[in-house]
Design a protein. Structure first.
Length: 115
């Protein structure tokens, strides 16, 4: 599974930013390089500043990171909302059972540090 840093590098290059331009005023180029290579974590506050500079929201970033598909959790909530709106208790129970079963085996590649 690709890291957030790899996704960031892809977006940075597609938008035509150099590492120096993106890191300027936020942190060092070497720190950005380490994050892009998956060798360092990044705080949410720094990551937010980077996304702001790239004119991206968190949702847009994660959508790109997930190969232009909705996050599994977002998909679960959308399905649950639809079942709830339709008063489909059987579907809600199925979703609960599926999430409970799959939730225990989830590996996360999240590499954020909350300040």
């Amino acid at each position: 599974m690709k890291t957030y840093g790899e996704t960031l590098r892809k977006i940075r290059k597609q938008k035509g930013f150099t590492m120096e331009q993106l890191a300027n005023g936020i942190f060092s180029v070497s720190f950005l390089s380490k994050f892009e290579r998956g060798e360092s974590d990044i705080s949410l506050s720094y990551f937010s500043l980077i996304l702001e500079k790239l004119c991206l929201t968190f949702d847009e970033f994660f959508y790109i990171h997930n190969d232009f598909e909705l996050d599994h959790l977002e998909t679960f909530f959308n399905e649950t909302d639809k079942a709830y709106s339709n008063r489909n208790l059987l579907q809600i129970q199925r979703l609960k059972k599926k999430k409970w079963k799959n939730g225990r085996n989830t590996n996360s590649s999240h590499s954020f540090v909350i300040n």
